[in-house]
Design a protein around this ligand. Structure first.
Ligand code: AMP
Ligand code: ZN
Length: 113
């Protein structure tokens, strides 16, 4: 997808600090971390947001959720962690390529909205 920041990261046109990669998924460190550990997990196929998840592409989302505990364990997030996906403007989504934030490494605020 042209002009998609995360598609450019997947293509290697923009550098990232990768923590995990396979054929369908990439995980890398957020450039502006909001917690000691802040990782973004993305599908390599361009899905704009949670709203774009369908029966045809949801297998990669299931795969991401199987990987998240493995990534959290590798990052030693033994005290727990939060998984967040902002969908659309009211949620403050700034990059229109589906991504799941993994946040941890400290006791996180309980604020949800
Ligand atoms: P969201 O606001 O939920 O759409 O999340 C987008 C996230 O992408 C933010 O946390 C940004 O800090 C992060 N981000 C933006 N550009 C980059 C980049 N080049 N490398 C890593 N993370 C980025
Ligand atoms: Zn994209």
């Amino acid at each position: 997808m042209e002009n998609c920041l995360f598609c450019k990261i997947i293509a290697g046109d923009i550098p990232s600090t990768k923590v995990y990669e396979d054929e369908t998924v990439l995980a890398f460190r957020d450039i502006a971390p909001m917690a000691p550990t802040h990782i973004l997990v993305i599908p390599k196929c361009h899905i704009p947001s949670v709203d774009g998840i369908t029966p045809e592409n949801s297998a990669v989302v299931a795969h991401i959720f199987e990987l998240i505990p493995q990534i959290a364990a590798a990052e030693k997030l033994t005290g727990g962690y939060r998984v967040v996906s902002n969908c659309g403007p009211d949620a403050g989504q700034t990059v229109n390529h589906l991504h799941f934030h993994i946040l941890g490494g400290k006791e996180l605020s309980v604020q949800m909205a």
